[in-house]
Structure formats: C-alpha cells, structure tokens
Design a protein around this ligand. Structure first.
Ligand code: F6P
Length: 383
C-alpha cells in the first residue's frame, strides 16, 4: 500500500476538477490512511523547483462546488512535442520528474486530464511509475468513457444561452448563431441544440452547406417562423473546406459563427447575430451530475491505485465506473455517430444539420429521407 500519493490536473480546466480532487483526498486519507500531495501547475510542478502542496481534508473542505482547479493547470510543452501530428515524448523531463517524485516521497500519481495529459501520464507508467488517469474534457470526446465531468455543466450553460437567444431572435426576426466548444466532436452542440430547441445544429461530423442553411431559414419563414436559432461547434466545417481558426499559428479554433453569420445575411437578406460562448462553458460551478461523476471518479481512482492497478484510467461504462488501459483512453476520439439515435431524433423533430443532401421536405418538417425507410437491423427494433 502506498504511504503517499500525488495528484495533478492538466490541460484545459473543466467544472468538476475540484470535486475529483476532494474525493481523492478524502478517500486516500479516510479510507486508506495515505497522505496526499497536490502538484501545482500540472506536470510542470514536478520539474526544476517543484511546486507542491500537502492536501488534507481541511484544505479540500468547501471546494466541491468551486469551478476551475485549486492546483492550477499549465501546458508549457515540456513533456510532449507534436511532430507531424504525432505526440513525441522527450526522455529528459520525464526522467527528471520521476527523480523529483522520489525526492518528494510520492509513490504513485493520480492524473486528471484529457488525451494530451493522459498521454504523458502513460509515459510515467511505461517507466514503471504507478499512475491512474481520470478523464476530463467538457467536449466529452474521449472514447473509453460514456461521459467526462464538465460536459453536462457545459450543456446546461449552452442550453441556457439558447433559451435566452430564442426570445431575442423571435422579437427581432433574426438568425442567431451560438458558437460553442467542440474541436473534434459536436457533442455539446448536439445535446444543447436538442435541449435548447435549436433549428440548425452544425457539428464537425456533418459538413454543412450554406445552401442547406439558407433553405432551412427560408422553409421556417414559409411556415411562419421568422427567426432561426443555429448552434455551431467551433470545429464545424463547410463542405469541402477546413475549420475556421482565430489564429492559424497556434491552431486555435474560433470564428466559425461569424463566418456563418456573414454568408447567411448575404444569402437570406435577414439580420443575423453571433454569440461566442467560449470559456463561459468551462468556468464556474459544476452542476449536480458533474459533482457526482467527479466524486465517483476520484474515489474509484484511489481504490484502483490501492488495489495495485497502474497504467489505467477510470471510465464510465454502462453507468458503472470501471478502469481501462490508458493507451485506449488516449488514442481514440469519440465522435458523434452521424446515423446515431440523437442525430436521428434531432432530424425527426425538424432540426437540420445543413447537410447538402437534406431534402426540401426534411428542411421543412425535419424528416431525413435516409431514415424514411428503416435502417434497423432485422429483429432488433432501433429506437
Ligand atoms: O477542453 C477542450 C476545449 O474545450 C476545446 O473545445 C477548445 O478548443 C479548447 O478547449 C480551448 O482551450 P484553451 O482556450 O484553454 O486553449
């Protein structure tokens, strides 16, 4: 049994990180009699002059509803370089970090992060240092887990934004465009679009066409709805084009909402406005689901370490927390299935994805012709 474990948070923050930290500390101390060291500023905190803090049940008291991470998060790129799209892990910093962990008396690590951070965590495991990962991203695009904490809070915020845009769109007969996060996958746009009654949802998985957007706006107009609400994931792409970047150098996405606004105004003659939700989706208090999931992930991560597991990540599968190999967690991205149930439900209720092939009928009443004839496998009705 480990006497002392470390915990760190890496990558972008997500509501629920503090819930995980609190559960890790309470479980490690209360259930297993370990001591717990918080490593500040991600893996950077165990390089050079190390930055750590002893975590006690007192230091984590009151942090459950708090947004962000009490440990801070940084990525200065010391541990991983991207070469031709592939992560390369230089040997030096990991060697130094493991030596520092030894000096600090930290025998095992719990690492909270997305694919980038968990990829680094796996390198520690490969060098024999015990590590358990906890998946984190508001984008919910890690393949091995059904949900990541932070995602449900982000949906709540995006849904509230859509509700608010609805009334102003209707009052002014405008097209309102809400740009939400989602680099590789459109989960936030899809879920919030359904919950917030968007008319058009644009996601990276289904390239859109401006003709289809304009036809949907016109179809709504013909049916007497003189406003249209669009939710677009930051990584959505126009058919045949690439993503819209606010800064191509850093590959920072942003601006797709405004790109769409300009063309929609030109094509439909209607006034349009764009709102970029940005980091409002990541800041602030986690909702009840994310507090609960974060707490369960944290406690299960300590139990996994205590039972001798390493090189694994906690994951939610069929409603239960299990562990999966870290490499499985880091290598595959979970994208929205374009013929999946939620996309079909959205289309059934009249939401357009502005795919070029959506027919006039589908644009008006939401029936995608591809689904008129059932694609369900025999003997298994697909709901
Ligand atoms: O957590 C992933 C994410 O939310 C992406 O959707 C987005 O592109 C990115 O974080 C932005 O993060 P930052 O501004 O911290 O670089």
């Amino acid at each position: 049994m480990y006497k002392q474990i470390g915990i760190l948070t890496g990558g972008g923050d997500a509501p629920g990180l503090n819930a995980v930290i609190r559960a890790v500390v309470r479980t490690a101390i209360g259930e297993f009699g370990m001591t717990c060291i918080g490593i500040e500023d991600s893996f950077e905190g165990i390089l050079g002059d190390t930055h750590t803090v002893k975590l006690t049940t007192k230091t984590v008291s009151g942090i459950l509803p708090r947004g962000g991470t009490i440990l801070g998060t940084r990525n200065r790129g010391s541990f991983v370089k991207i070469v031709n799209g592939t992560p390369v892990y230089p040997a030096m910093p990991i060697g130094e970090a493991i030596a520092n962990l030894d000096i600090l008396g930290i025998e095992a690590l719990i690492v909270l992060g997305g694919e980038g951070t968990l990829g680094i965590a796996e390198q520690f495991h490969k060098r024999g240092f015990p590590v358990i990962g906890v998946p984190k991203t508001i984008d919910n695009d890690l393949a091995a887990t059904e949900f990541t904490f932070g995602f449900m809070t982000a949906i709540d915020i995006a849904t509230e934004a859509l509700d608010r845009l609805h009334t102003t769109a209707a009052s002014h007969d405008r097209v309102m465009i809400l740009e939400v996060m989602g680099r590789n996958a459109g989960w936030i746009a899809l879920h919030a679009g359904l919950a917030g009654s968007a008319d058009i949802i644009l996601i990276p998985e289904i390239p859109y066409s401006f003709d289809a957007i304009a036809r949907k706006v016109q179809a709504r107009e013909n049916l007497g709805s003189r406003f249209t609400n669009i939710v677009v994931a930051e990584g959505a792409v126009e058919l045949g084009k690439s993503e819209v970047y606010q800064d191509t150098g850093t590959q920072r996405l942003g601006g797709v909402g405004d790109y769409i606004r300009r063309r929609v105004e030109e094509m439909t003659g209607k006034e349009a406005r764009t709102v970029v939700l940005g980091h409002l989706q990541r800041g602030g208090s986690p909702n009840a689901f994310d507090r609960m999931l974060g707490t369960n992930f944290g406690a299960c991560a300590v139990r996994a370490l205590a039972s001798g597991e390493t090189g694994r990540m906690v994951a939610l599968q069929a409603g239960e927390v299990v562990t999966v190999p870290l490499d499985e967690a880091c290598t595959s991205i979970k994208r929205v299935p374009v013929d999946g149930q939620l996309v079909r439900t959205a289309r059934d209720i009249g939401i357009s994805f502005a795919a070029p092939k959506e027919s006039k009928l589908a644009e008006a009443v939401g029936i995608d012709p591809r689904f008129i004839h059932s694609t369900s496998p025999p003997n298994r009705p697909k709901l």
